[in-house]
Design a protein around this ligand. Structure first.
Ligand SMILES: [Zn+2]
Length: 492
Protein backbone atom coordinates (compact mmCIF):
# COMPACT_ATOMS: atom_id res chain seq x y z
CA UNK A 1 0.00 0.00 0.00
CA UNK A 2 2.75 2.36 1.02
CA UNK A 3 4.73 1.30 -2.00
CA UNK A 4 1.78 2.02 -4.30
CA UNK A 5 1.38 5.48 -2.89
CA UNK A 6 5.05 6.22 -3.53
CA UNK A 7 4.73 4.93 -7.10
CA UNK A 8 1.76 7.16 -7.65
CA UNK A 9 3.68 10.16 -6.37
CA UNK A 10 6.57 9.30 -8.65
CA UNK A 11 4.18 8.96 -11.59
CA UNK A 12 2.65 12.39 -10.97
CA UNK A 13 6.06 13.89 -10.49
CA UNK A 14 7.35 12.51 -13.79
CA UNK A 15 4.16 13.38 -15.65
CA UNK A 16 4.26 16.89 -14.22
CA UNK A 17 7.86 17.28 -15.22
CA UNK A 18 7.15 16.28 -18.83
CA UNK A 19 4.18 18.61 -18.97
CA UNK A 20 6.38 21.40 -17.65
CA UNK A 21 9.13 20.72 -20.17
CA UNK A 22 6.62 20.62 -23.05
CA UNK A 23 4.95 23.86 -22.03
CA UNK A 24 8.19 25.66 -21.18
CA UNK A 25 8.83 26.93 -24.70
CA UNK A 26 5.43 28.60 -24.75
CA UNK A 27 6.43 30.67 -21.75
CA UNK A 28 9.94 31.39 -22.88
CA UNK A 29 9.35 31.93 -26.56
CA UNK A 30 7.37 35.14 -26.53
CA UNK A 31 7.63 35.57 -30.28
CA UNK A 32 5.93 32.26 -30.91
CA UNK A 33 8.12 31.71 -33.91
CA UNK A 34 9.53 28.33 -34.57
CA UNK A 35 11.06 27.43 -31.23
CA UNK A 36 10.11 23.93 -30.36
CA UNK A 37 12.08 23.03 -27.28
CA UNK A 38 13.71 25.05 -24.57
CA UNK A 39 15.93 28.07 -24.87
CA UNK A 40 18.53 28.37 -27.61
CA UNK A 41 22.08 27.95 -26.41
CA UNK A 42 23.48 30.71 -28.54
CA UNK A 43 22.43 33.39 -31.00
CA UNK A 44 23.28 31.33 -34.08
CA UNK A 45 21.18 28.47 -32.87
CA UNK A 46 18.30 30.84 -32.34
CA UNK A 47 18.45 32.20 -35.88
CA UNK A 48 18.66 28.70 -37.32
CA UNK A 49 15.70 27.66 -35.24
CA UNK A 50 13.56 30.23 -37.01
CA UNK A 51 13.86 27.98 -40.04
CA UNK A 52 13.90 30.76 -42.61
CA UNK A 53 17.14 29.81 -44.32
CA UNK A 54 17.56 26.58 -46.23
CA UNK A 55 21.21 26.43 -45.17
CA UNK A 56 22.18 26.85 -41.56
CA UNK A 57 23.94 30.11 -40.74
CA UNK A 58 27.17 29.41 -39.02
CA UNK A 59 29.49 31.63 -37.11
CA UNK A 60 32.21 31.18 -39.71
CA UNK A 61 30.14 33.17 -42.23
CA UNK A 62 29.68 35.95 -39.72
CA UNK A 63 31.36 38.68 -41.72
CA UNK A 64 29.19 38.23 -44.83
CA UNK A 65 26.87 41.16 -45.48
CA UNK A 66 23.16 40.65 -45.02
CA UNK A 67 20.67 41.46 -47.77
CA UNK A 68 17.45 43.31 -47.15
CA UNK A 69 15.56 40.24 -48.21
CA UNK A 70 17.32 38.05 -45.62
CA UNK A 71 16.69 40.56 -42.87
CA UNK A 72 13.03 40.80 -43.80
CA UNK A 73 12.68 37.03 -43.69
CA UNK A 74 14.14 36.96 -40.20
CA UNK A 75 11.93 39.75 -38.91
CA UNK A 76 8.82 38.30 -40.58
CA UNK A 77 9.48 35.04 -38.75
CA UNK A 78 9.95 36.82 -35.43
CA UNK A 79 6.81 38.85 -35.84
CA UNK A 80 4.89 35.76 -36.94
CA UNK A 81 3.99 37.29 -40.33
CA UNK A 82 3.14 34.52 -42.72
CA UNK A 83 2.27 36.64 -45.76
CA UNK A 84 5.82 37.67 -46.62
CA UNK A 85 4.98 39.84 -49.66
CA UNK A 86 2.42 41.78 -47.71
CA UNK A 87 4.81 42.20 -44.78
CA UNK A 88 7.70 43.49 -46.88
CA UNK A 89 5.44 45.88 -48.78
CA UNK A 90 4.09 47.22 -45.48
CA UNK A 91 7.64 47.91 -44.25
CA UNK A 92 8.61 49.57 -47.53
CA UNK A 93 5.71 51.96 -47.17
CA UNK A 94 6.30 52.65 -43.47
CA UNK A 95 9.72 54.12 -44.25
CA UNK A 96 11.90 51.65 -42.39
CA UNK A 97 14.33 51.53 -45.28
CA UNK A 98 16.54 54.21 -46.71
CA UNK A 99 15.79 55.47 -50.19
CA UNK A 100 16.68 53.36 -53.17
CA UNK A 101 16.38 49.70 -53.80
CA UNK A 102 19.61 48.65 -52.24
CA UNK A 103 20.21 44.97 -51.85
CA UNK A 104 22.37 45.29 -48.73
CA UNK A 105 20.96 46.07 -45.29
CA UNK A 106 22.31 49.20 -43.59
CA UNK A 107 22.74 49.60 -39.85
CA UNK A 108 20.18 52.37 -39.57
CA UNK A 109 17.60 50.07 -41.18
CA UNK A 110 18.45 47.23 -38.83
CA UNK A 111 17.93 49.45 -35.80
CA UNK A 112 14.53 50.58 -37.08
CA UNK A 113 13.55 46.95 -37.55
CA UNK A 114 14.75 46.16 -34.02
CA UNK A 115 12.77 49.05 -32.61
CA UNK A 116 9.63 47.47 -34.13
CA UNK A 117 9.98 44.30 -32.08
CA UNK A 118 11.11 45.87 -28.81
CA UNK A 119 8.42 47.55 -26.82
CA UNK A 120 9.82 50.94 -26.02
CA UNK A 121 8.06 52.59 -23.12
CA UNK A 122 6.87 56.10 -23.91
CA UNK A 123 8.69 57.51 -20.90
CA UNK A 124 11.93 55.63 -21.57
CA UNK A 125 14.65 57.24 -19.50
CA UNK A 126 17.62 56.90 -21.80
CA UNK A 127 21.23 57.25 -20.90
CA UNK A 128 23.19 59.12 -23.51
CA UNK A 129 25.25 56.36 -25.05
CA UNK A 130 25.85 57.96 -28.41
CA UNK A 131 27.54 61.28 -28.93
CA UNK A 132 25.70 61.99 -32.13
CA UNK A 133 23.58 60.31 -34.75
CA UNK A 134 20.38 59.85 -32.83
CA UNK A 135 17.28 60.71 -34.78
CA UNK A 136 13.82 61.08 -33.37
CA UNK A 137 12.42 57.92 -34.90
CA UNK A 138 15.45 55.83 -33.99
CA UNK A 139 15.70 55.08 -30.29
CA UNK A 140 19.39 54.27 -30.42
CA UNK A 141 20.03 54.98 -26.80
CA UNK A 142 17.18 52.78 -25.69
CA UNK A 143 18.48 49.85 -27.73
CA UNK A 144 21.93 50.45 -26.23
CA UNK A 145 20.60 50.77 -22.72
CA UNK A 146 18.73 47.49 -23.09
CA UNK A 147 21.92 45.80 -24.25
CA UNK A 148 20.51 44.95 -27.69
CA UNK A 149 23.09 46.93 -29.61
CA UNK A 150 26.71 47.31 -28.61
CA UNK A 151 28.14 50.78 -28.14
CA UNK A 152 31.46 51.21 -29.96
CA UNK A 153 34.32 52.71 -27.89
CA UNK A 154 34.20 55.93 -29.87
CA UNK A 155 30.46 56.13 -29.22
CA UNK A 156 29.68 57.31 -32.69
CA UNK A 157 26.80 55.79 -34.65
CA UNK A 158 27.65 54.80 -38.23
CA UNK A 159 24.23 54.55 -39.88
CA UNK A 160 25.44 53.65 -43.38
CA UNK A 161 27.56 50.64 -42.39
CA UNK A 162 26.67 47.32 -43.99
CA UNK A 163 25.16 44.89 -41.52
CA UNK A 164 26.98 41.59 -41.22
CA UNK A 165 25.36 38.26 -40.45
CA UNK A 166 27.01 38.35 -37.04
CA UNK A 167 25.52 41.73 -36.21
CA UNK A 168 22.06 40.72 -37.39
CA UNK A 169 22.15 37.42 -35.53
CA UNK A 170 23.40 38.96 -32.29
CA UNK A 171 21.04 41.92 -32.22
CA UNK A 172 17.96 39.98 -33.24
CA UNK A 173 18.62 37.29 -30.66
CA UNK A 174 19.18 39.92 -27.97
CA UNK A 175 15.94 41.63 -28.91
CA UNK A 176 14.01 38.36 -28.71
CA UNK A 177 15.79 36.78 -25.73
CA UNK A 178 16.81 39.01 -22.82
CA UNK A 179 19.21 36.30 -21.67
CA UNK A 180 21.50 37.19 -24.59
CA UNK A 181 21.62 40.89 -23.84
CA UNK A 182 24.92 42.53 -23.11
CA UNK A 183 25.98 45.18 -20.65
CA UNK A 184 27.20 48.36 -22.23
CA UNK A 185 29.57 49.16 -19.44
CA UNK A 186 31.86 52.11 -19.40
CA UNK A 187 34.80 51.96 -21.72
CA UNK A 188 38.18 53.19 -20.67
CA UNK A 189 38.43 56.61 -22.19
CA UNK A 190 41.53 58.05 -20.66
CA UNK A 191 44.85 56.30 -20.96
CA UNK A 192 48.26 57.67 -20.13
CA UNK A 193 48.39 59.43 -23.48
CA UNK A 194 49.16 63.01 -24.34
CA UNK A 195 46.14 65.24 -24.00
CA UNK A 196 46.20 67.94 -26.59
CA UNK A 197 43.43 70.50 -26.26
CA UNK A 198 41.44 68.61 -28.93
CA UNK A 199 41.85 65.22 -27.27
CA UNK A 200 40.88 66.67 -23.93
CA UNK A 201 37.71 68.16 -25.42
CA UNK A 202 36.86 64.88 -27.08
CA UNK A 203 37.45 62.81 -23.95
CA UNK A 204 35.40 65.26 -21.90
CA UNK A 205 32.50 64.77 -24.32
CA UNK A 206 32.78 61.00 -24.09
CA UNK A 207 33.03 61.03 -20.29
CA UNK A 208 30.08 63.36 -20.08
CA UNK A 209 28.07 61.06 -22.32
CA UNK A 210 29.06 58.04 -20.23
CA UNK A 211 28.46 59.56 -16.81
CA UNK A 212 26.01 62.35 -17.49
CA UNK A 213 24.11 61.56 -14.29
CA UNK A 214 27.26 62.41 -12.30
CA UNK A 215 28.93 65.14 -14.33
CA UNK A 216 28.26 68.66 -15.47
CA UNK A 217 30.49 70.18 -18.11
CA UNK A 218 30.96 73.95 -17.94
CA UNK A 219 33.03 76.55 -19.73
CA UNK A 220 34.31 79.16 -17.27
CA UNK A 221 36.08 81.40 -19.77
CA UNK A 222 38.25 81.56 -22.86
CA UNK A 223 41.95 81.84 -23.48
CA UNK A 224 43.56 84.69 -25.42
CA UNK A 225 43.06 82.68 -28.62
CA UNK A 226 39.48 81.72 -27.74
CA UNK A 227 40.01 78.16 -26.52
CA UNK A 228 37.60 77.06 -23.82
CA UNK A 229 38.62 76.73 -20.20
CA UNK A 230 36.60 73.80 -18.90
CA UNK A 231 35.36 72.96 -15.45
CA UNK A 232 33.76 69.59 -14.81
CA UNK A 233 31.52 69.26 -11.82
CA UNK A 234 31.20 65.89 -10.09
CA UNK A 235 28.86 65.38 -7.16
CA UNK A 236 26.34 67.53 -5.33
CA UNK A 237 27.81 67.97 -1.88
CA UNK A 238 28.08 71.32 -0.13
CA UNK A 239 31.85 71.03 0.32
CA UNK A 240 33.51 71.96 -2.99
CA UNK A 241 37.04 70.94 -3.91
CA UNK A 242 39.01 72.24 -6.90
CA UNK A 243 41.51 70.12 -8.78
CA UNK A 244 43.33 72.16 -11.42
CA UNK A 245 46.06 71.43 -13.95
CA UNK A 246 48.15 72.87 -16.75
CA UNK A 247 48.21 76.49 -15.68
CA UNK A 248 51.71 76.10 -17.09
CA UNK A 249 51.81 74.98 -20.73
CA UNK A 250 54.86 72.73 -20.46
CA UNK A 251 53.20 70.82 -17.60
CA UNK A 252 50.56 69.29 -19.90
CA UNK A 253 51.04 65.87 -18.32
CA UNK A 254 49.01 67.13 -15.35
CA UNK A 255 46.00 67.37 -17.70
CA UNK A 256 46.21 63.65 -18.42
CA UNK A 257 46.47 63.05 -14.67
CA UNK A 258 43.27 64.99 -13.95
CA UNK A 259 41.42 63.42 -16.89
CA UNK A 260 42.31 59.96 -15.62
CA UNK A 261 41.28 60.89 -12.09
CA UNK A 262 37.99 62.24 -13.43
CA UNK A 263 37.27 59.00 -15.26
CA UNK A 264 38.22 56.69 -12.41
CA UNK A 265 36.26 58.62 -9.80
CA UNK A 266 33.22 58.72 -12.10
CA UNK A 267 33.51 55.05 -13.02
CA UNK A 268 33.72 53.93 -9.41
CA UNK A 269 30.91 56.22 -8.29
CA UNK A 270 28.68 55.13 -11.18
CA UNK A 271 29.19 51.45 -10.42
CA UNK A 272 29.09 51.81 -6.64
CA UNK A 273 32.63 50.49 -6.29
CA UNK A 274 35.33 51.41 -3.83
CA UNK A 275 38.43 53.11 -5.22
CA UNK A 276 41.47 52.77 -3.00
CA UNK A 277 39.08 52.02 -0.15
CA UNK A 278 37.10 55.23 -0.71
CA UNK A 279 33.36 55.02 -1.29
CA UNK A 280 33.26 57.62 -4.04
CA UNK A 281 29.53 57.48 -4.54
CA UNK A 282 28.79 58.09 -0.85
CA UNK A 283 31.39 60.85 -0.76
CA UNK A 284 29.70 62.72 -3.60
CA UNK A 285 26.74 63.46 -1.34
CA UNK A 286 28.98 65.51 0.90
CA UNK A 287 31.51 66.75 -1.62
CA UNK A 288 31.56 68.34 -5.05
CA UNK A 289 34.70 67.99 -7.11
CA UNK A 290 35.52 70.58 -9.74
CA UNK A 291 38.04 69.33 -12.26
CA UNK A 292 39.80 72.12 -14.18
CA UNK A 293 41.97 70.01 -16.45
CA UNK A 294 43.57 72.71 -18.63
CA UNK A 295 43.82 76.28 -17.39
CA UNK A 296 46.25 77.38 -20.11
CA UNK A 297 45.03 75.74 -23.33
CA UNK A 298 46.98 78.10 -25.64
CA UNK A 299 50.25 77.36 -23.84
CA UNK A 300 49.62 73.61 -23.93
CA UNK A 301 48.79 73.82 -27.64
CA UNK A 302 52.01 75.71 -28.31
CA UNK A 303 54.11 73.12 -26.46
CA UNK A 304 52.39 70.01 -27.82
CA UNK A 305 51.48 71.07 -31.35
CA UNK A 306 54.10 73.68 -32.14
CA UNK A 307 53.96 77.39 -33.03
CA UNK A 308 52.18 76.62 -36.33
CA UNK A 309 49.15 75.52 -34.31
CA UNK A 310 48.63 78.91 -32.63
CA UNK A 311 47.54 82.30 -33.99
CA UNK A 312 50.37 84.10 -32.18
CA UNK A 313 53.06 82.20 -34.06
CA UNK A 314 55.09 85.30 -34.93
CA UNK A 315 54.83 86.74 -31.43
CA UNK A 316 55.87 83.57 -29.62
CA UNK A 317 58.83 83.04 -31.93
CA UNK A 318 59.96 86.59 -31.15
CA UNK A 319 59.56 86.05 -27.39
CA UNK A 320 61.53 82.82 -27.57
CA UNK A 321 64.36 84.50 -29.49
CA UNK A 322 64.49 87.54 -27.19
CA UNK A 323 64.83 85.25 -24.19
CA UNK A 324 67.68 83.30 -25.73
CA UNK A 325 65.79 80.00 -25.95
CA UNK A 326 65.54 77.66 -28.92
CA UNK A 327 62.69 75.34 -27.97
CA UNK A 328 59.08 75.74 -26.88
CA UNK A 329 59.27 72.60 -24.72
CA UNK A 330 59.73 74.57 -21.50
CA UNK A 331 57.09 77.23 -22.27
CA UNK A 332 55.02 77.84 -19.12
CA UNK A 333 53.33 81.11 -20.01
CA UNK A 334 50.14 81.87 -21.87
CA UNK A 335 50.33 82.80 -25.53
CA UNK A 336 51.27 86.43 -24.74
CA UNK A 337 54.25 85.34 -22.68
CA UNK A 338 52.61 86.02 -19.31
CA UNK A 339 53.06 83.45 -16.53
CA UNK A 340 49.49 82.84 -15.33
CA UNK A 341 50.77 81.64 -11.98
CA UNK A 342 52.36 85.04 -11.33
CA UNK A 343 49.16 86.95 -12.07
CA UNK A 344 47.41 86.78 -8.71
CA UNK A 345 47.24 89.74 -6.32
CA UNK A 346 49.11 88.66 -3.16
CA UNK A 347 52.42 90.52 -3.03
CA UNK A 348 52.24 90.98 -6.80
CA UNK A 349 54.05 94.33 -6.78
CA UNK A 350 57.02 92.92 -4.89
CA UNK A 351 57.59 89.60 -6.61
CA UNK A 352 61.18 88.48 -6.89
CA UNK A 353 62.72 86.21 -9.51
CA UNK A 354 60.45 87.48 -12.28
CA UNK A 355 61.10 88.53 -15.86
CA UNK A 356 60.65 92.12 -16.92
CA UNK A 357 59.11 91.40 -20.31
CA UNK A 358 57.07 88.63 -22.02
CA UNK A 359 58.92 85.35 -21.60
CA UNK A 360 58.40 81.56 -21.73
CA UNK A 361 58.01 81.74 -17.94
CA UNK A 362 58.07 84.07 -14.89
CA UNK A 363 56.79 87.28 -16.51
CA UNK A 364 54.03 88.49 -14.18
CA UNK A 365 52.30 90.77 -16.71
CA UNK A 366 51.80 94.52 -16.56
CA UNK A 367 49.22 94.28 -13.81
CA UNK A 368 47.58 91.51 -11.74
CA UNK A 369 44.88 89.51 -13.56
CA UNK A 370 45.59 91.16 -16.90
CA UNK A 371 45.15 87.83 -18.73
CA UNK A 372 41.76 86.28 -19.53
CA UNK A 373 42.80 82.81 -18.28
CA UNK A 374 43.76 84.21 -14.86
CA UNK A 375 40.57 86.28 -14.75
CA UNK A 376 38.42 83.24 -15.51
CA UNK A 377 40.01 81.24 -12.69
CA UNK A 378 39.77 84.20 -10.31
CA UNK A 379 36.07 84.77 -10.98
CA UNK A 380 35.16 81.10 -10.89
CA UNK A 381 36.96 80.65 -7.57
CA UNK A 382 35.15 83.61 -6.01
CA UNK A 383 31.83 82.32 -7.34
CA UNK A 384 32.27 78.79 -5.96
CA UNK A 385 34.33 79.47 -2.82
CA UNK A 386 35.98 76.04 -2.67
CA UNK A 387 36.83 74.47 0.67
CA UNK A 388 40.16 73.24 -0.71
CA UNK A 389 42.27 73.58 -3.84
CA UNK A 390 44.79 71.12 -5.24
CA UNK A 391 46.88 72.56 -8.09
CA UNK A 392 48.91 70.12 -10.15
CA UNK A 393 52.28 71.20 -11.51
CA UNK A 394 55.56 69.72 -12.66
CA UNK A 395 58.11 68.90 -11.36
CA UNK A 396 59.92 67.76 -8.21
CA UNK A 397 57.67 65.34 -6.31
CA UNK A 398 57.00 67.84 -3.57
CA UNK A 399 54.04 69.64 -2.00
CA UNK A 400 53.82 73.41 -1.44
CA UNK A 401 51.21 74.65 0.98
CA UNK A 402 52.30 77.81 2.81
CA UNK A 403 51.43 81.44 2.36
CA UNK A 404 51.41 83.44 5.59
CA UNK A 405 48.82 81.31 7.42
CA UNK A 406 48.73 81.82 11.16
CA UNK A 407 47.27 80.16 14.26
CA UNK A 408 44.58 77.55 13.67
CA UNK A 409 44.65 78.03 9.90
CA UNK A 410 48.36 77.21 9.88
CA UNK A 411 47.89 74.18 12.14
CA UNK A 412 45.00 72.87 10.01
CA UNK A 413 46.86 73.30 6.72
CA UNK A 414 49.93 71.61 8.12
CA UNK A 415 47.85 68.63 9.28
CA UNK A 416 46.37 68.33 5.80
CA UNK A 417 49.63 68.61 3.91
CA UNK A 418 51.24 66.07 6.25
CA UNK A 419 48.46 63.59 5.47
CA UNK A 420 48.66 64.22 1.73
CA UNK A 421 52.39 63.73 1.96
CA UNK A 422 51.70 60.21 3.20
CA UNK A 423 49.15 59.59 0.42
CA UNK A 424 51.41 60.74 -2.42
CA UNK A 425 54.76 59.82 -0.97
CA UNK A 426 55.90 63.39 -1.69
CA UNK A 427 57.54 65.44 1.07
CA UNK A 428 56.02 68.82 1.85
CA UNK A 429 58.14 71.92 1.72
CA UNK A 430 59.24 72.36 5.33
CA UNK A 431 60.15 76.04 5.38
CA UNK A 432 57.87 78.98 5.12
CA UNK A 433 58.45 80.09 1.56
CA UNK A 434 56.88 83.39 0.60
CA UNK A 435 56.89 85.00 -2.78
CA UNK A 436 53.34 85.52 -3.98
CA UNK A 437 51.52 85.99 -7.25
CA UNK A 438 50.52 82.35 -7.37
CA UNK A 439 46.95 81.08 -7.49
CA UNK A 440 47.70 79.05 -4.35
CA UNK A 441 48.86 82.16 -2.47
CA UNK A 442 45.71 84.01 -3.39
CA UNK A 443 43.36 81.16 -2.41
CA UNK A 444 45.08 80.80 0.98
CA UNK A 445 44.94 84.51 1.74
CA UNK A 446 41.59 85.34 0.14
CA UNK A 447 39.49 82.34 1.19
CA UNK A 448 41.51 81.10 4.20
CA UNK A 449 41.19 77.53 2.94
CA UNK A 450 43.95 75.00 2.30
CA UNK A 451 45.51 75.25 -1.16
CA UNK A 452 48.27 72.88 -2.11
CA UNK A 453 50.57 72.69 -5.10
CA UNK A 454 51.38 69.12 -6.05
CA UNK A 455 54.52 68.92 -8.16
CA UNK A 456 54.34 65.58 -9.96
CA UNK A 457 57.20 63.70 -11.62
CA UNK A 458 60.89 64.38 -11.74
CA UNK A 459 61.04 65.53 -15.35
CA UNK A 460 58.64 67.84 -17.16
CA UNK A 461 56.66 66.23 -19.97
CA UNK A 462 58.10 62.72 -19.55
CA UNK A 463 55.33 60.24 -20.30
CA UNK A 464 57.70 57.43 -19.32
CA UNK A 465 56.93 58.43 -15.73
CA UNK A 466 53.18 58.09 -16.21
CA UNK A 467 52.67 54.85 -14.25
CA UNK A 468 54.60 56.18 -11.28
CA UNK A 469 52.79 59.53 -11.33
CA UNK A 470 49.41 57.87 -11.58
CA UNK A 471 50.18 55.48 -8.70
CA UNK A 472 51.31 58.33 -6.48
CA UNK A 473 48.39 60.64 -7.20
CA UNK A 474 45.30 58.60 -8.08
CA UNK A 475 43.67 58.82 -4.65
CA UNK A 476 44.82 62.30 -3.70
CA UNK A 477 41.52 64.03 -4.57
CA UNK A 478 39.52 61.55 -2.49
CA UNK A 479 42.01 61.75 0.37
CA UNK A 480 41.81 65.54 0.31
CA UNK A 481 38.02 65.36 0.39
CA UNK A 482 38.07 63.06 3.38
CA UNK A 483 40.55 65.29 5.20
CA UNK A 484 38.52 68.45 4.72
CA UNK A 485 35.33 66.69 5.80
CA UNK A 486 37.14 65.49 8.91
CA UNK A 487 38.40 69.01 9.69
CA UNK A 488 34.88 70.39 9.27
CA UNK A 489 33.42 67.78 11.62
CA UNK A 490 36.08 68.42 14.23
CA UNK A 491 35.41 72.16 14.10
CA UNK A 492 31.67 71.76 14.66
ZN1 LIG B 1 53.91 74.84 -12.79
Amino acid sequence: MVENKQNLQLFFFIAGFFLFVCLLPRFLDFTGAGMTFGAPLNEWEYINSLGVFPEKWQETGGELPVSRREALEVFAAIEGQEDFDNYSEMLEISGVFLDGNEAVLRREELYRLLARIVNIPADADCEKFFLKGETEDLPLDYLAQEGIIAVPPERVFLPAEKVTRRELVQTVARAAWPAFRITNTAVTVVTGDIHTYGKMEYDLQVLFASYHELLDLQVIGQSVEGRNIYAVRMGNGPVEIFLDASIHGSEWLTTTLLMKMLEEYAYHAHNGLLFGGYDVNAMLEEVTFWFLPMLNPDGVTLVLEGPEAVEHEKEVRKILLENGKNSFDGWKANIRGVDLNRQFPPNWHYLVKVESKPAPGYFKGNEPLSEPEAQALYKFTLARKPAMVLSFHQQGEILYWYYKQKGEQLARDRRIVQALSVVTGYPYYPRYLINGGKYMDWVISELAVPAIIIEVGTKVGDLGQWDRIWRQNRYVGLAAAELILLENRTRQ
